[in-house]
Design a protein around this ligand. Sequence first.
Ligand SMILES: *Cc1c(COP(=O)(O)O)cnc(C)c1O
Length: 394
Amino acid sequence: MTHSDVCFDTKCIHAGQHPDKLFGGVSVPIYQSSTFAFEDADQGAARFSGKDCGYKYTRIGNPTTAALEECVAELENGKCAVATASGMAAISTVFMAFLGAGKHIVSTGSVYGPTRTILEKELTRFGVESTFVDTSSPENVKNAIKPNTTLVYLETPANPTLSISDIESCAKIAHEANAILVVDNTFCSPILQNPLELGADVVLHSMTKFLNGHSDVVAGIIVTKCGDLMKKIRTVLTQFGGTIDPHQAWLVLRGIKTLDMRVRVAQENALKLAEELEKHPKVAWVKYPGLKSHPQYELAKKQMNGPGAMISFEVKGGVKAGKTVMDSVRVCTLAVSLGGIESLIQHPASMTHASMGSEARAQAEISDGLIRLSVGCENFADIKNDIFSALDKI
Ligand SMILES: *Cc1c(COP(=O)(O)O)cnc(C)c1O
């Protein structure tokens, strides 16, 4: 059963989650089993030859995991999905499926740090070439394409600059070059952006963030709109082994039930906070796709269903001022990661991006007073008072 005729919030609660056939359990059972018994030798043979699509072994497939895969495929309006042990397992699986010796990838420059590291430090060992550009201008993507480009990779909005890339234009550029377009949709979650509908071939998520939403699970997922692409991806995943665990899959399914309400509340808080921060005397600038001051405000309105819950802002006073804010918050949690029900705050110059050095940071537009805030679902007054009293301490 698919839920193509119901609204997104209804899909979050029901997609992929059929009442259990054995006892009618309303919640999908956790099939915490590594292996599955065959009735006889013929059935075992049929499962391995593919004539019988029943389960064999959890690295290859599991009923709880399958429910999650069906759910997220529906939320992204894709055809099929495969869940992974982490967001990085999803990303590295896609890279291993479509890159190889002599192949070239064009990627957003300010991608999630480890994504860039595996391309620059690990995949170079296997002869993969990569070019990083500011993909917020499609021209840059076009100019970076080479005859051996097989993959164009976007992260939009990017981390932590929140700059936005035009998915539709980049899909056209990729397809003209016979490359596929892959989009990391972690910052939006399927409620705010559906890259497959804008021409992307593959969309992936760190489900650790908004999809699960409770800062208690690390997981990832890859969704495609075409069965052939998924066949290749699934084969690579089951061979390399970055499979999700059934209990982890069940926790994410449970988190997704409230995805719509969580993102709505967090986004409402974020928009109000971004507007207030923009007027604050200690704040140099605010970057948030819901503000008219965002350089790609119009594009955000066109390609996203809402501006989301991530805000970047620059406090006056550089690294020292940034650290003061970190040390002064009490409601917001000082932690990396994002998309949790709790507000999470971090300071890239002294934390996630400290090892880059200030010159490389400046080039990547990560200034010394930049603060990244993942706005959560606490009461707005509490979040605002917390941030504003921390700004007073500067
Ligand atoms: C967190 C994150 C990842 C990596 O996901 P893990 O679940 O930590 O492996 C990838 N991309 C983006 C945009 C992220 O925020």
